[in-house]
Design a protein around this ligand. Structure first.
Ligand code: MN
Ligand code: MN
Length: 266
């Protein structure tokens, strides 16, 4: 609901890019990049159909040899996007930054909600749980995430992140995902609400933007075939900081995709 305003808010951000000094890259100088607009829905009243519409839209993009960076919207969008990603690449590795594992079952009678996209992705073979790492997990919903553990996903809680330090988390993430195609999904609630209060399910004790930037930059060189930045609900943050950090994290993911293109030309 609230995150429906995320894309238009992120489009208003001006002070993002074009240069990323840490990765020494200007994505637009390396590849063609475009905002291809919103996913058209046949009806906003039919949830299952909306999920289909997202998949169809992303399939067209991916079949054209374009790597997508989706802007949510809530985290439920990752499931149909991953369906389109897996149709091309098979089950992919995943780096997931979030306060929540989002591997829960049905809620209010539906499996299509923002707390469960990665349960569906595992059960349907869209992501490889052995090559998936979930980072920044915290809050009081731990009992919902049993599938993460049972399926063999690597879970790094926020407090473990603090103990390990960024460099060790990067090392772990790279070891888990390996060399194959990897999807990077960033829920803005992975950040501490001190920096990103504009989101539907804020959880105290999260990553700082600097930690998250360092983590993403530490993935440089990986074969990032797609990604998303979700859960920005701008109306809950009158300062616009959530939009600012959300747009910056999206830019960091974009830089990873451009960097890979610069290195290997694909
Ligand atoms: Mn999420
Ligand atoms: Mn979350």
């Amino acid at each position: 609901n609230g995150a429906r305003f995320g894309p238009r808010a992120i489009r208003t951000m001006e002070r993002i890019g074009p240069y990323n000094h840490a990765l020494n890259i200007v994505p637009e100088a390396v590849c063609k990049i475009a905002d291809v607009g919103d996913v058209p829905f046949r009806s906003r009243f039919k949830l299952e159909q909306c999920i289909e519409d997202i998949e169809v839209h992303f399939r067209r993009i991916i079949e054209s040899d374009v790597r997508p960076l989706g802007i949510g919207g809530d985290h439920s969008i990752s499931y149909p996007i991953l369906k389109a990603i897996a149709a091309k690449h098979g089950p992919v590795a995943m780096v997931h930054i979030d306060a929540h594992c989002d591997t829960s079952g049905e809620y209010d009678g539906s499996k299509f909600h923002h707390g469960g996209p990665f349960r569906l992705a595992v059960l349907e073979g869209l992501i490889d749980p052995d090559r998936t790492i979930q980072i920044g997990i915290r809050g009081s919903a731990e009992f919902l995430w049993e599938l993460s553990y049972e399926a063999g996903m690597t879970v790094i809680h926020a407090e473990e992140f603090a103990e390990m330090g960024v460099a060790t988390v990067i090392e772990k993430a790279r070891a888990v995902v390996g060399d194959g195609p990897v999807y990077v999904t960033f829920d803005v609630d992975g950040l501490d609400p001190a920096f990103a209060p504009g989101t539907g399910t804020p959880e105290v004790g999260g990553l700082t933007p600097r930690e998250a930037q360092a983590l993403l930059r530490g993935l440089a060189g990986l074969n990032v075939v797609g990604g998303d930045l979700v859960e920005v609900a701008p109306q809950y943050d009158a300062t616009t900081n959530t939009v600012q950090v959300g747009a910056q994290m999206a830019f960091e993911i974009l830089c990873l995709m451009a960097l890979r293109f610069e290195i290997v030309g694909e």
